[in-house]
Design a protein around this ligand. Structure first.
Ligand code: NBP
Length: 476
C-alpha cells in the first residue's frame, strides 16, 4: 500500500512524486492520459516505491487509509474534474490536497463542498518550479488543521530546509495557503520587474553588454541583494546563443507572458484597498511588453528624451542602481506583507507573517537573504503595521534613498522606463507624508458631486455650495 498518491504527472507532479519516493514514502502515481504513467514508470520507476495506477478506482485501492491524494493538475476546471473522477471511490475522512496554483476563492469553495461530503481538503501553495519540486520546495498548506497534521510529516520532509528548519508550515484555514502563494507570486513578479529595470537602466545609461551586466549581478549577489533571482539573472545574462554567438538574452523576444497569479494578487489588493503598487506595476509592465506591434509603431513616432543631464560616472551609477533595486524590493515586500495582513483580517486567517517569511527562505523562487530580516522584524514587533517602519528597513531605506532618487533622475532624463522603481519611490514618499493632496481630491468631489468632506479642525461632514452662495453647511 502507498501512503500517498500523486495525480497529474506533468513537471510539478512528476518531480514531487520523485521527491516523496526519494524520502522513503510509497507513492502511487496517476495521470488522466495514462501513457504518462507508463512513461513515468519507465523513466523513474526504479528510483523508489512507486505504484502505477491506470484508473482512479485502481489508484484509490492502492492507498492506506485515510487516503492522501496530492493533485498536481492545471489550475481551474481540471482540479474540479480530477476531484469528481476520484470522489466516487473515496470514503469519509480521506484527504485531497490541491498543490497547484489554484485561485484562493476556488479553494474556499472546494473545501466547503468537500467537507459537506465528508472529505478533507488542503489547498497548498508549492513554490520552486521543477528543481524545487524535486529537491525541496517551499510549501504553504492551508485548510483543516487536522487534515494537515496527517500530511505534515511528508510535506515537511520533502520541503527545502534552511538552518535545519523546514520551509513548510501550516498557513491557516480555508484558502489561506493559496492566498499566501498568490502573494508570493505577486512579489516574484515585482522582484523580476525590478531586476529587469536595473538591467535596462545600466545597459542603456552606461551602454553595458550582457556579459558586463552578468558580472555586476554576480557581484550584487554577494551582498544584501543575495537571492536566487539575482543569481539566475547573472547566469541568464552570461549565456551565449549557440546559433548566433550573441548573448542569448539579446535574441529573446521582449514580450513577457503570465499565468495569472500576479493579476489575481493585484485584483485582491484592489478589493482589499491595499496599495500594492510594485506588484501591480509589474503586471502592467508585462501587459505593456505584450503590445510589441504597437510599441514598434510608437518607437518610430513618439519623441524621446535628449539625455541632456551630465553623464553619471559608471561606477557610481552601478552602486546607485544596486541601492535603488534594494530599496524598491523592500517596498514590494512591505506592500505584499501588508496585503497578507489585510487578507488575514478580512478572512479571519490569523496569518503568522514572520513564519511565512521563514518558509520563503528556501526552495521558492523569491528565496533571499533578506527574508531573515522580515522574520526578525515580526519577531521583534508582532503587530508591526508596515515593514518599512521596522528599524532595519527604516534605516536601510534612509541610506538607500539618495541613490534611488539619483537613479530615477537618470532614467527620466534618458527616457528609460522604470515603472516599478518609480512607483515604489512614489509609494515611499507618499507613505511618509503626513499630508497628501487628497484634500483637493475631496474638494473636487464635493464640488461636482456633493460627496462631502471632513475638516481638520472640526468633527463632522461638510458640503460647500461651491457654485451657489459659497456657504459651507454641515451634513448629517
Ligand atoms: P500543468 O499546469 O501544465 O498541467 C498539466 C497536468 O494537468 C497534466 O497532468 C494534465 O493531464 C492535467 N490535466 C489537464 Br491540462 N486538464 C485536466 C483535466 N481536465 N483532468 C485531469 N487532468 C488534467 O502542469 P505543471 O506545470 O506540472 O503544474 C501543475 C500545477 O502546479 C499547476 O497548477 C501549476 O500552476 C502549478 N505550479 C507550477 C509550477 C511550475 O514551475 N511549472 C510551479 C508552481 C506551481 P494530461 O497529461 O492528461 O493532459
Amino acid at each position: 500500500m502507498s501512503v500517498i498518491a500523486v495525480v497529474g504527472l506533468a513537471t510539478m507532479g512528476m518531480n514531487l512524486a520523485r521527491n516523496l519516493a526519494r524520502n522513503g514514502f510509497g507513492v502511487s502515481v496517476y495521470n488522466r492520459t495514462t501513457s504518462r504513467v507508463d512513461d513515468f514508470m519507465k523513466q523513474y520507476g526504479s528510483e523508489g516505491a512507486f505504484t502505477p495506477a491506470h484508473t482512479p478506482e485502481e489508484l484509490v485501492s492502492q492507498l492506506e487509509k485515510p487516503r492522501r491524494i496530492l493533485i498536481m493538475v492545471k489550475a481551474g476546471p481540471p482540479v474540479d474534474d480530477t476531484i469528481e473522477h476520484l470522489a466516487p471511490y473515496l470514503e469519509a475522512g480521506d484527504i485531497l490536497i490541491d498543490g497547484g496554483n489554484s485561485y484562493f476563492l476556488d479553494t474556499v469553495r472546494r473545501g466547503k463542498a468537500l467537507e459537506a461530503r465528508g472529505f478533507r481538503f488542503i489547498g497548498t501553495g508549492v513554490s520552486g518550479g521543477e528543481e524545487g519540486a524535486l529537491n525541496g520546495p517551499s510549501i504553504m498548506p492551508g485548510g483543516a488543521r487536522d487534515a494537515y497534521q496527517q500530511v505534515e510529516p511528508m510535506l515537511t520532509r520533502i520541503s527545502a530546509h534552511v538552518d535545519g528548519e523546514p520551509c513548510c508550515t501550516y498557513i491557516g484555514p480555508g484558502g489561506a495557503g493559496h492566498y499566501v502563494k498568490m502573494v508570493h507570486n505577486g512579489i516574484e513578479y515585482a522582484d523580476i520587474q525590478l531586476i529587469a529595470e536595473a538591467y535596462d537602466l545600466l545597459s542603456h545609461a552606461l551602454e553595458l553588454g550582457a556579459e558586463d551586466l552578468s558580472r555586476i549581478f554576480a557581484e550584487w549577489n554577494k551582498g544584501d541583494l543575495e537571492s536566487y533571482l539575482i543569481q539566475i539573472t547573472s547566469e541568464v545574462l552570461a549565456k551565449r546563443d549557440r546559433a548566433t554567438g550573441r548573448p542569448l538574452v539579446d535574441v529573446i523576444l521582449d514580450e513577457a507572458a503570465q499565468k495569472g497569479t500576479g493579476k489575481w494578487a493585484s485584483q485582491s489588493a484592489l478589493d482589499l484597498g491595499i496599495p500594492v503598487t510594485a506588484i501591480t506595476e509589474a503586471v502592467f509592465a508585462r501587459f505593456l511588453s505584450a503590445l510589441k506591434a504597437d510599441r514598434q509603431v510608437a518607437s518610430r513616432t513618439l519623441a524621446g528624451a535628449d539625455g541632456a543631464m551630465r553623464a553619471p560616472a559608471p561606477g557610481s551609477l552601478v552602486d546607485d542602481v544596486r541601492s535603488a533595486l534594494y530599496a524598491s524590493k523592500m517596498v514590494a515586500y512591505a506592500q505584499g506583507f501588508e496585503q497578507m495582513q489585510a487578507a488575514s483580517n478580512e478572512y479571519g486567517w490569523d496569518l503568522k507573517l514572520g513564519a511565512i517569511a521563514r518558509i520563503w527562505r528556501g526552495g521558492c523562487i523569491i528565496r533571499a537573504r533578506f527574508l531573515n530580516r522580515i522574520t526578525d522584524a515580526y519577531a521583534e514587533s508582532p503587530g508591526l503595521k508596515n515593514l518599512l517602519l521596522a528599524p532595519y528597513f527604516r534605516d536601510a531605506m534612509a541610506s538607500a534613498q539618495d541613490a534611488w532618487r539619483r537613479v530615477l533622475s537618470v532614467a527620466v532624463d534618458r527616457g528609460i522606463p522604470v515603472p516599478a522603481f518609480s512607483s515604489s519611490l512614489a509609494y515611499y514618499d507618499a507613505y511618509r507624508r503626513e499630508r497628501l493632496p487628497a484634500n483637493l481630491v475631496q474638494g473636487l468631489r464635493d464640488y461636482f458631486g456633493a460627496h462631502t468632506y471632513k475638516r481638520i479642525d472640526r468633527e463632522g461632514s461638510f458640503h460647500t455650495r461651491w457654485s451657489q452662495d459659497g456657504e459651507e453647511v454641515p451634513v448629517r
